[in-house]
Ligand binder design. Sequence first.
Ligand code: DUC
Ligand code: ZN
Ligand code: ZN
Length: 472
Amino acid sequence: MGRIVVRGGTVVSPSGRWRADVLIDDECIVAVAAPDAAVLPAAGEVAEVDATGCYVIPGGVDVHTHMQLPMGDLTSSDTFASGTAAAAWGGVTTIVDFASQQVGERVLDGLEARHAEAEGQCVIDYAFHQTIGGVDDDSLAAIPTLIEREGISSIKLFMAYPGTYYSDDGQILRAMQVAGEAGMLTMMHAENGIAIDVLRAQAMAAGDTDAIHHGLTRPPELEAEATHRAVQLAKVAGNVPLYIVHLSASQALEEVARARHAGRNVLAETCPQYLYLSLEDHLARPGVDGASYICSTPLRSRHEHHQRDLWAGLRRDDLAVVATDHCPFCLVDGKDRIAEGFTAVPNGIGGVEHRMELIYQGVVTGEITLERWVETCCTTPARVFGMHPRKGEIVPGADADIVVFDPRRTTTLGRAGKHHMAMDHSPWEGITVDGAIDTVISRGEVIVDANGLHGRVGRGRFLRRDRPAVLR
Ligand code: DUC
Ligand code: ZN
Ligand code: ZN
């Protein structure tokens, strides 16, 4: 691959922005220097990427994706190949997906199967969290092996979905104790699944089967209650670090903020769908259109201002990370199951391709700063999940994962515009945002530029992750 210089742009990190050029040698960044610095090769000496007028940011790190995730008898529609290609188009150079285990299954078997699915299929680098859906002596015993041998430093537990992934409070406490002791981070799907299942059954019995009832039966209070309980359990488990995934409700954010202000090691993630979409405007649409917005946690009411509160949470650092929870399902043979009622519809929204641009729009509208955009979408996710400084920042020694982002252009999202995800619709149809992904470099290779996608399937490598920064 040799040497490349990214010239003429403004390098952005969480701590500031500078006119600087970036010198890449093979897979790594070797210098970030003022444009006239002697360390930089003269014009024409090495390959160049012209970043004039552009921001030069770290490759996006999306720590919550579900490529080809089995859900009931369906599977999410992006494969590792199509989903990581779409991610590359969207300026993402690292994803963290999930290996999973359920009651009666062995953790390391699930991990091996997930490796077999992803290996040789990814366009960008990838890693795994481990979902533990059946906490018992056997699965608990396997947890330390994940970090010691397998390069997996985070587990995910569910307070929702009784009968499949759900863990009760005792199981959660035990898993947190073991993960904390092993130096791993516990991620939590925080919704009170037992109460939600009652509301869902009642709604279906009453004939309230439209997509909006997916949202109405998962009220903010049950997200907040579970978030509160997770925070308390993490304290009792030994003050272990906790990461709340896909936070969508203001009341849950208040729980996280309270814990953080008390000095607790609690972090939370939100997703673009919770910042931009709503119960009234999207989930309430009739038929399959509304069903296409079914995801859990659900889209929240605009009247209740959750979206406004989440942006404020991002500014204050009560929300540390923006990930996508990319979990796409098609309308045909997926979301069209709304004909049988909202409980039959697979949960998930696709967005891995659009996170960088959608959150940049928050910079344009003044919700967050340019630096905070990079911090929440690149640097903090890499740090929290044990991939920094290799990923998430433009510094010498890091992997040369770089995005040249052009703020002068605009991007129209959706099938009528930019759309490479394997979906027969887009939740983002018709939205035009400022800025555009110009060039994407992954480990020193230009994988996207004006001529299209060059990264080949299989070039992405599995990333072994370290102890999370929140534990060091
Ligand atoms: N939770 C996730 O994290 N992803 C998909 C569905 C869900 O409930
Ligand atoms: Zn979840
Ligand atoms: Zn998810």
